[in-house]
Ligand binder design. Structure first.
Ligand SMILES: *Cc1c(COP(=O)(O)O)cnc(C)c1O
Length: 423
């Protein structure tokens, strides 16, 4: 079947989530396909941010306990709101820190080298910040990262095979850190299977959920994942520098935080100002210092939208609109040097399409020049993320038509084939 603009229009009419689009600030005459790097501002997130500012204006110090969203309990409240998105109990999630800081906290807490079990297992396709953090954690113990960080190899530079990961789960591994969804290829790892296998071998396992939170459902508690951490500025639309999230399985409550601070206290005890920490009996124990209130506040509004839309509906549309994009790319751009570098199987693909081309850097610049915002990942990847809450099928149609025009007219030749400072 040949897809047409009429198909796109009909899909938009039938879209159950279409009403959410008008909740977002979408720049006129532009198509935003970078919601997997920085989600757009919603009117509700703007409102809750302004409410937090007003709280400061009206209450000063008393904003910690007064006003619409008392700051002292904000991280816990947001953890409650976020728990359904990761499939956890409310006490198991806290909104705190940032991705990398939370990784440091969780490794400092759960990496306990003993006897010959001293190594950490990660993968060679993961986000660099995770590797830097793991290297530095190993160095704190006096271990050489070259021998103590095992990075599972990819067979093709795009994907990881679960069996390759399982094969290296030896009795020398103390801890495993893996992404939920790979940031380039958008591959979803089988978290349930990996967790089961890790536990069979007596290894703790944690996941980096940056590319999956808000895009796909999770069942961390049911899968018995030990811990996870993620950022909230991508699919969750929490804004630049939005506070991150972490999950700790309740079976680990009581484990002393590796990086302790007074905000990890039991709430009733915190202001006793004792020099011995009485830690919270929840994921809240892994907070460190005063929360970044103004970077938490937009999440109140944003998470309301996720609760209303439902993560299952979001996933359903995300799969459908990304499939529409892939089908159009195949139909319209055949023989132009493109290949699709994400998994095709629904259970293995996350929330974006990973389009590969040797001229990717400058094709991205040409797209931006045409008002379409993609995302470039060196060396040759154009990430396109139609987002369930605010992207339309007509926008996807338009994007592919523009891309075709760029290729036919060789518009990309006007630009250098190199990345910008931020790509
Ligand atoms: C975006 C991203 C990060 C970013 O970490 P920050 O500490 O929030 O800067 C880390 N890991 C992955 C997989 C990411 O996609």
């Amino acid at each position: 079947m040949i897809l047409t603009k009429e198909n796109a229009k009909q899909l938009d009419i039938d879209d159950k989530l279409k009403g959410f689009r008008e909740e977002f600030y979408i720049k006129p005459n532009s198509i935003y396909l970078d919601g997997n790097s920085l989600g757009l501002l919603s009117k509700r997130a703007e409102r809750t941010l302004l409410e937090a500012v007003n709280n400061w204006k009206n209450h000063g110090i008393d904003g910690w306990t007064k006003g619409k969203h008392p700051w002292f309990f904000l991280s816990e409240r947001l953890g409650d709101m976020m728990a359904p998105l990761v499939g956890a109990e409310v006490d198991e999630v806290i909104v705190t820190g940032s991705t990398t800081v939370n990784l440091h906290q969780l490794v400092a807490t759960f990496y306990k080298p003993k006897g010959k079990r001293t190594k950490i297992l990660a993968d060679e396709l993961t986000f660099p910040s995770d590797i830097y953090a793991l290297h530095s954690q190993l160095r704190i113990y006096g271990f050489d990262p070259d021998t103590h960080l095992i990075r599972v190899k990819s067979r093709d530079g795009r994907f990881l095979e679960e069996e390759d990961i399982i094969e290296v789960m030896s009795d020398e591994i103390a801890l495993i850190i893996l992404p939920t969804v790979l940031y380039r290829s958008g591959q979803i790892l089988d978290m349930k299977r990996l967790t089961t296998e890790a536990h069979k071998k007596g290894i703790l396992i944690g996941f980096d959920g940056c590319h999956s939170i808000g895009a796909i459902p999770h069942s961390f508690s049911e899968w018995d994942v030990d811990f996870a951490y993620w950022c909230n500025y991508k699919h969750l639309n929490g804004g630049p520098g939005s506070v991150g999230g972490l999950y700790v399985n309740k079976k680990h409550f009581g484990t002393a935080p590796g990086l302790a601070g007074w905000f990890g206290s039991k709430k009733e005890k915190q202001f006793d100002m004792e020099h011995s920490l009485t830690q919270a009996e929840s994921a809240g124990a892994y907070q460190i210092g005063t929360p970044h209130v103004l970077s938490l506040a937009p999440l109140l509004g944003s998470l309301e939208i996720f609760a209303e839309a439902g993560i299952e509906n979001i996933r359903e549309k995300s799969l459908k609109i990304n499939q529409f994009l892939m089908d159009l790319l195949k139909q319209e751009l055949a023989d132009m040097g493109f290949s699709i570098g994400n998994p095709h199987d629904d259970v293995r693909r996350g929330g974006h399409v990973s389009l590969e081309h040797k001229e990717a850097a400058r094709i991205c610049k040409a797209l931006k020049d045409n008002g379409i915002i993609p995302d470039f990942r060196a060396a040759n990847i154009i990430r396109l993320a139609p987002v369930a809450l605010y992207s339309s099928y007509c926008e996807v149609w338009e994007t592919v038509q523009v891309l075709k025009k760029i290729m036919i007219e060789k518009q990309y030749e006007k630009f250098a084939n190199e990345r910008e400072v931020i790509a």
